[in-house]
Design a protein around this ligand. Structure first.
Ligand SMILES: *Cc1c(COP(=O)(O)O)cnc(C)c1O
Length: 387
């Protein structure tokens, strides 16, 4: 991943005031809230170690700011998806333990060794390659093994665990630093699959040499003590996302997205708004045009034609529904009746914030907050507060 950038250097706009003056959209990331969520997760999981999943540029929030903040709060172990993300992280955190969930791509073992990174070995082929490389390096290089406990995504099947468990001298060649698995349905606390997976993991990990065990993502942590093992791997909850599908979100919101009003116009009854003329105005209306669109991560699925009520954005405490199609750089919202000092050229409008949680925006777009977060910030100016 090459997209990681320091808080504002890449933009040539150094400080928050300058951002306010020149930006069309601002993504504000509250590092104090991030750290509060980390401490909360660590408290829920203790005595297990609380690691952090910072893949996909820390879920779009910016790994260059997020990872060092977490490290200062005591986080020692980090998970990323790809080797590119891992090498970016290694530059930021020279001493952290870094695992790559995507595992060992053929021929990349020397790169892992050179940068002190650890693969999560997902198959017997990967394990063999790591073992052979460790022998050639005359070092018991550390790695994790991922057991598939019923998700049928990455990891070793039960039969494969049995086979490697009895392989001659395999575990003398490299250091088995972690055994992990991943839950498919932890976001639904009543789902019976979590307990089935936990029991499968429990049985299979016992066949391997004793080491640190890890099963829980954010939602898994909320399932309670039996799921915590020695190390937990939260991602979305750190970033204020909704780990559990139902109930209140116990974690503090970390990000806000605001867009600027470029223009406000009167639209007469019977006129249409935006591409495709999908929305016909039913009363004399004031329409504000905001400088955010799907290129900023405000999904086109948030479009609101005549058949669909639009998600509400906020001008101060005043809700204004999206009307018409979301386009690449613009959305249109109905600000009829909203005071003019709020609905004016240059004013800021909240798309995600105290009134609209990321998971609510996600629900309107037919997706989850994970996808919203990882799509934000490609273009918006980022502003970090706290930390
Ligand atoms: C992404 C990921 C996590 C973090 O999951 P959240 O639901 O964001 O907490 C943990 N473990 C694995 C294997 C992952 O891929």
């Amino acid at each position: 991943m090459t997209g990681a950038r320091p808080p504002s250097a890449a933009r040539g706009v150094g400080d928050a005031e300058a951002d306010e003056a020149t930006a069309s959209a601002i993504l504000t990331i509250d590092l104090d809230a991030l750290l509060a969520n980390y401490r909360r997760l660590a408290g829920l999981s203790a005595p297990a170690e609380c690691a952090a999943v910072v893949k996909a540029d820390a879920y779009g929030l910016g790994v260059a700011a997020v990872a060092p903040a977490l490290a200062r709060a005591g986080c020692k172990t980090f998970f990323v998806a790809t080797l590119g993300e891992a090498s970016d992280l290694r530059v930021l955190l020279p001493d952290a333990t870094v695992y790559v969930l995507g595992g060992l791509l053929e021929g990349t073992a020397p790169f892992y060794r050179q940068h002190g990174l650890r693969p999560v070995l997902n198959s017997p082929e990967e394990i063999k390659e790591w073992a052979v490389f460790s022998v050639a390096s005359r070092t018991r290089l550390p790695a994790a093994i991922h057991i598939d406990s019923g998700m049928n995504r990455l990891g070793l099947s039960a039969a494969e665990v049995e086979t490697i468990a009895v392989a001659d001298d395999l575990f003398g060649t490299f250091e088995l630093a972690l055994v992990m698995s991943h839950l498919a349905c932890a976001d639904e606390p009543e789902h019976p699959k979590s307990e089935v997976q936990r029991q499968t993991f429990e049985a299979l990990r016992r066949k391997l040499p004793k080491t640190i065990a890890s099963l829980a993502n954010s939602a898994g942590i909320l399932l309670g003590r039996p799921y915590h093992y020695d190390l937990v791997r939260p991602g979305i909850a750190l970033y204020g996302g909704k780990a559990r599908r139902t109930g209140q979100n116990p974690f503090a919101p970390v990000l806000r997205l605001a867009g600027r009003i470029l223009q406000v116009r009167d639209v007469a009854t019977g006129e249409t708004v935006g591409y495709g003329a999908t929305r016909t105005v039913r009363r004399p209306s004031r329409i504000a045009i905001l400088a955010v669109g799907y290129a900023d991560g405000v999904f086109r699925a948030l479009s609101a034609g005549d058949d669909k009520e639009g998600m509400r954005v906020y001008l101060g405490s005043h809700p204004a529904p999206i009307v018409g199609r979301v386009s690449m750089d613009l959305i249109t919202v109905d600000v009829t009746g909203i005071p003019e000092h709020l609905a004016r050229r240059g004013a800021w409008v909240e798309l995600i914030g105290p009134n609209v949680a990321a998971h609510e925006l996600a629900a309107h777009a037919g997706t989850i907050d994970y996808e919203v977060l990882t799509n934000l910030g490609a273009r918006a100016a980022r502003r970090y507060i706290g930390g």
